[in-house]
Design a protein around this ligand. Sequence first.
Ligand code: URP
Ligand code: ZN
Ligand code: ZN
Length: 458
Amino acid sequence: MKTLFRGGTVVSGKGTKKADVLVDGEKIVQVSRTITPQAETRVIDITGKLLLPGFIDAHTHFDLDVAGTTTADDFASGSLAALHGGTTTIIDYACPNKGESLRHGLELWHEKADGKCVCDYSFHMTIDDWNADIEREIDDMYAAGISSFKMYMTYPAMMIGDEAMYRVLKKLKEKGGICGVHCENSGVIDALVAEKKAAGENSVACHPQTRPDQLEAEAVGRLLRIAQTVDIPVIIVHMTNAAALKEVEAARKRGQKVYVETCPQYLVLDDSVYYQPDFREAAKFVCSPPIRKAADQKALWAGLRRGEIQTISTDHCSFTPEQKELGRDDFTKIPGGVPGVETRAELIYTYGVTTRKISLATMCKTLAENPAKLYGMYPRKGVIAKGSDADLVIYDPTADHELHASDMVGKAGYIPYEGFAIRGGIQQVWLRGNLVVDHGNLLSGPIGKYIPRGKNML
Ligand code: URP
Ligand code: ZN
Ligand code: ZN
């Protein structure tokens, strides 16, 4: 069955153009100024609407065990929330425990995801240890379509030391691989936490106070010097602040290739969220690194505008307010993470594009085109072009509304953006030629496919 999207404004990383888009089965077969439909072609009139490539969220944590609990969203509810937010492909972090093999981690993540996803999906592989077996297994990961990896410089259960980080990066260089790194200085954070506890302090505000921006910047700087030693590009995931961006700028000046990801929570919220007197309210915003100051928001938007930040993902890691209660008596036990996969695109359109902080083209690049390139899915994903998967978002710029948790399909039971005004809205979402969300209604079952990925093209 052919479908013609007629009369819309097609958005790409280069800009916008009026064009018709013809889809046959799962693929886009033609993009032209005007296309005349054949008799049996289904025609969708999208005059006055924006047509964007299905968004990619390259940073989710679904069905993840953290701090003695499991994320509220599994792959069924998380992928459903993603689709509602216009995200047609997610890349989740497969996370074997220390001592487990990468193969085991991959099998486990397939078990969690296969047959449950309503959107397409792939995995990054977390490396939290280094030994000869893991080194060998990295080759197997490429064979399984896993071309990106993750390391943590914090969290005792997952963190990796400088020596191991160097060795991992050396191996990845040999493979032409890419790695995202969570950058925070673990040792000094531990010391600051111990000081707070010794002083008998336990408010939610202790969370940002013990994880200050300079300790993220320090870790970014250290990672980049290790990457310089190996001579490999790296990705800084969920970057939050101006000082950390300065470290990237310095590395780029030295000639290094560095990719940066940020997230909506760091672009539209500030650290006043942690100073609300009610524990439940403040705890909803606990994530690491923490939400920073308004000046940092400004620096991040400028970084996006100037192309210094390449991707906006969500770090969707959802816990209900009841789960956050685990940390009522000890702020370090509040499960870290916020929901975001359902609200990302509308927030970025509203608070980025319509306020002229970034262009529509930059929105398209950071939500679709760049992650597709960086994570080896381009041009199958991330672009409206002949031969690409027909993953499409129809955005109605006139459908203004507000964000409310009660309208969400994700399982967190709250959103960090309650009551936020939204300009326009997602009207329809198409996944590989199937209409999957129409005005907020899910129309399909778990048709999500595992997407094996190739090498970085960004
Ligand atoms: O607090 C957060 N962000 N939790 C998710 C895991 C991570 O650090 O990415
Ligand atoms: Zn992280
Ligand atoms: Zn994360």
